[in-house]
Design a protein around this ligand. Structure first.
Ligand SMILES: Cc1ncc(COP(=O)(O)O)c(C=O)c1O
Length: 352
């Protein structure tokens, strides 16, 4: 049986056809040459294009090997030994690892379960900010693994309040619900210490290409210098990313399918005894399961070829994160869960 691997938030639809065309038509002679874009006063055509779309100078758009790479550079530049990073309690494990690399400390703010969502509580974050005076604040929106987006007014309020700290807004999952850039330019123009991380890995289905971009406020000159690659970037990768940007219709279409399937997951999981699905603004969904049956569930899903992520982070130890796959994959996921759930010992008791 084919396995469906839905544990890493990869976009299962794959990139737009235009991306494959770039590879088919690649100018192989170019491989031995540097781009010389630096002499033209820019990083690349890609950074110029992104800067134009967002409405900020190209100098403040940074390219990196996935957004993971830039996250590391930001933390290494701006968090020093003993300084604090304020980050979401339920979040990507990697944030803490990088803070540790620089001997920084971290303080966590919780996201709260409210109805069918996990939500940010900005008043609570501000309270913790006053107590701990973090040097760096991390906001992941949409957040992994909860799928929560910080509301626009809350985001503006938080960034205003915490203007003395560096703020990293991780938008790796940008595009799956909200894809408007209008707030970004304004935030970046008015908050000189803001860093916004984005990637081609998720929405654009190019995780294997390893390319991300970051938009920064005016005070981030150290990072701009530090991240500069004077001999240029990866020309092939950039061309593929540009091709992805050119096919908006394709990405809107597959995102629509994923949105429909998120609604389908909400309906199906909420009907299963002991399960609860949480609304998500990303390409994954958090689902609470009857934790006493973790082993049964893990084994049963594996036997049916369905690989999902069982979480062990505080606050979500009874949850699974399921990447939203293609329509066919999602139908198989639901069938597998229904089948395994119907055979869980205690649940059979309850049904009787
Ligand atoms: C919240 C979050 N940020 C950043 C990344 C890094 O993505 P990439 O390095 O592929 O851009 C991930 C990857 O899963 C993620 O979950």
């Amino acid at each position: 049986m084919d396995q469906i691997v839905l544990d890493r938030n990869e976009n299962q639809y794959g990139p737009a056809q235009a991306c494959y065309e770039v590879l088919r038509n690649a100018n192989l002679e170019q491989l031995s040459l540097y781009s010389r874009d630096f002499a033209k006063g820019r990083k690349s055509e890609l950074s110029e294009k992104i800067a134009g779309e967002i409405g900020i100078p190209e100098e403040r758009v940074l390219l990196s090997y996935g957004s993971e790479d830039m996250l590391k550079q930001v933390v290494h530049c701006y968090l020093h030994e003993g300084e604090r990073l304020l980050l979401p309690q339920q979040s990507w494990w990697y944030y803490k690892k990088i803070a540790k690399e620089v001997h920084g400390a971290h303080v966590e703010y919780p996201l709260y379960e409210r109805g069918s969502r996990f939500e940010f509580d900005v008043d609570e974050i501000i309270r913790l900010y006053h107590i701990h005076k973090p040097h760096l604040i991390l906001i992941a929106s949409p957040n992994n693994p909860t799928g929560s987006t910080m509301r626009r007014d809350d985001l503006a309020r938080l960034i205003d309040y915490c203007a003395n700290s560096f703020i990293v807004l991780d938008q790796a999952y940008f595009g799956f619900e909200d894809s408007t850039n209008d707030q970004l330019k304004n935030l970046l123009d008015t908050h000189s210490r803001l860093v916004v991380l984005r990637t081609f890995s998720k929405y654009y289905a190019l995780a294997g290409l390893r390319i991300g971009y970051t938009c920064v406020g005016t005070e981030l000159t150290h990072l701009i210098e530090f991240s500069a690659r004077y001999l240029g970037y990866n020309q092939l990768t950039e061309k593929i990313a540009l091709a992805a940007l050119s096919d908006k219709a394709y990405y809107e279409r597959i995102t629509g399918y994923m949105r429909d399937d998120k609604a389908m997951f909400m309906r199906e999981f909420n009907q299963l005894e002991g399960f609860k699905a949480f609304e998500s603004d990303a390409n994954f969904m958090l689902v609470r399961f009857p934790v006493d049956h973790k082993k049964h569930l893990q084994d049963g899903l594996r036997e049916r070829g369905v690989i999902v992520k069982f979480l062990d982070d505080p606050g979500v130890t009874d949850c699974i994160r399921i990447t939203i796959g293609t329509r066919e994959q999602n139908a198989r996921v639901v069938e597998a869960f229904k089948d395994v759930a119907s055979r869980l010992p205690a649940l059979i008791e309850v049904v009787r």
